[in-house]
Design a protein around this ligand. Structure first.
Ligand code: SAM
Length: 218
């Protein structure tokens, strides 16, 4: 969830757009309150809706997610792709994987999602692809390395989406919310340049959620 509603948009517009986000079903509503109660970062509902629309638009059958948390994005992708869709999602946290598995079982998509319990930089080199859609949502300092590993594993015409690339306003303004945000902010500035100038990606950054990079592999 974003902690600063007006980090990108004017507040009135952000509130208005939030009011248009469709109501989620009971399971997603429960996941949202679980994340909030337990301080676990989870995708914004409008970002999840965007993932769903994109997965359907490219008729995705294989999805890769970096950063599972409790499974909000992975369940969204599995549902969007239908019965022959498969999601691989990576997260080193044992505790989160357990919670995610339980939500996936209750969502009826457990059999179509593989959780790899490892760090992405260890797991990704062992995956072969090709993937139709990739969702980057883990360690901000590693986004560039994730991109390097993902691009060769994407099919041509596949989509790469990365969350939090405006990082609560810090990336655009350079004004840090706290000193410990320096490395992540600098890495995201570099990632956004790499993403938008990448010779194999046609991409842009959308000003919603906490900033979403979206690109198609050429
Ligand atoms: C923002 S959350 C992911 C939210 C999730 N994508 C969703 O849709 O709700 C980031 C996750 O990245 C995980 N993470 C931390 N280090 C990681 C690493 N090196 N590789 C992969 N995931 C990592 C964290 O455990 C955390 O659950």
């Amino acid at each position: 969830m974003k902690s600063q509603l007006d980090a990108i948009l004017q507040r009135e517009q952000a509130v208005y757009l939030d009011s248009l986000t469709p109501r989620r079903d009971a399971l997603f509503a429960e996941m949202e309150s679980y994340s909030e109660r337990n301080h676990i970062p989870s995708s914004d509902p409008e970002v999840a809706l965007f993932l769903e629309i994109m997965a359907k638009a490219v008729k995705a059958r294989r999805a890769i997610e970096i950063g599972t948390a409790i499974g909000y994005g992975a369940i969204t992708l599995a549902r969007a792709m239908g019965n022959d869709g498969r999601v691989t999602t990576i997260d080193p946290s044992e505790e989160r994987a357990q919670v995610a598995r339980d939500f996936m079982r209750r969502a009826g998509v457990e059999a179509r999602i593989e959780i790899i319990q490892a760090t992405a930089l260890v797991a990704l080199p062992q995956l072969s692809g090709p993937f139709d859609i990739a969702y980057i949502d883990a360690v901000k300092e590693e986004y560039g390395a994730y991109l390097d590993l993902l691009v060769p594993r994407m099919r041509s015409g596949g989509l790469i989406i990365a969350d939090n690339v405006l990082w609560k306003g810090q990336v655009a303004t350079g004004r840090l919310l706290s000193p410990d945000q320096k490395a992540s902010t600098e890495s995201l500035i570099e990632f956004n340049r790499q993403f938008t100038e990448h010779p194999e990606i046609r991409g842009l950054i959308l000003p919603f959620g906490d900033g979403l990079a979206v690109g198609i592999k050429i």
